[in-house]
Design a protein around this ligand. Sequence first.
Ligand SMILES: [Zn+2]
Length: 400
Amino acid sequence: MLVGVDRNLIYLLLCFSFSFGLKAKTTSLGEVPQWSDLDIFQESITRSEFIHSLDTVYCPRPEWWSAWISIKEDKASIRKFPQDDDWYDLYFKKDEKTPSSFTKAKSVSTNLRGLTIALDPGHIGGAWSAMEKRHFSLNDDQPVKEGDLALAVAKNLVPALKDLGAIPVLVRKKAEPVTQNRPQHFREVAVEWAQTVLGEDYNNTEKKNILIRERQELLFYRVDEIRARADLINHSIKPDLVISIHFNAAAWPDAEKRELVGRNDHHILVNGCYMGGELAYDDQRFELIWRLVNRWSVMEQGLAESLSHSFSQVTGMPTFSYKGPNALKIGEVPGVWARNLLANRIYRCPVVFLEPYIANSLSVYPRVQKWIKEGEGNTFDLVSEYTEAVLLGLQNWSAE
Ligand SMILES: [Zn+2]
């Protein structure tokens, strides 16, 4: 959920941020990938499956990937570093009948019993919500904090998922960051970045100080926080699936005079749609290939479709459609889209990312206020309804 006009600014801030190692180019606070980790996937996927997955999920435009991935008859070669003729060769499985040297990483399980599900409540909430720009207030009403709503849904899901035989684990248990770092930790890298971005303008003290502060905060709540969650998920929880819980919001039609919007809808995201500029980063290129060869999109799409159906059924909300190139329509179910986000790229398992409800809409805002005042259990309760939709989606998916 992002209210206001700063979505583009944040995107620009993130895009400008890269660090050069010896010859590597990685996203903010990212690590140089170990391409040899892909060795276990040699001859595990056919040429046609690789191309199909690239086209329909991960990168729909050849002009976005052609500088980075070269598809030959027997292999896909992936450029390891920018401006360098050093490629990783991923050999294709010869045909369907040839036994693979690779034993399929994890067959797609749709049985909820014994399935470890990491519940990732989006953002931090609490005292941090204003800094992370997931916070708004109208008149004298209580402020709306996306992180707090998301945590309430996640906590609500825990006992219900246990009842279904699943093993739910909360990635965040309270309105505090998972990372131990704080904005001041990123002072040095923010100063360095501001010098590059501002150039001669760096002498403008006011401008410089604002930019450095915002950069430090962004690296804390947006980048390092997600990387800390990825550490927890990838190395401790090791789930079969991550469900990222969010509430959406619309830009204010008039930032000066805030008025609730008429629109209310939902959509579900899977990982995919890596754009050309994003593939220029070594770590993003690696993650794309890693997710593709693990075939995680199969599970992500199946579950996302079931969840979109269940949100339609339980809430009556229509689906949202993207207009720009940063999202790709996946499959036939209207509410399911692919986007490349840090929080669905670096978690090493299938991830579905839920974006229901427009929190600053005429129909949802009063329900949020009611939830803040009365908590759960009332008949109009937004958090209980969200929980019900997720449970129904999971149950229908597992029954397929
Ligand atoms: Zn969110």
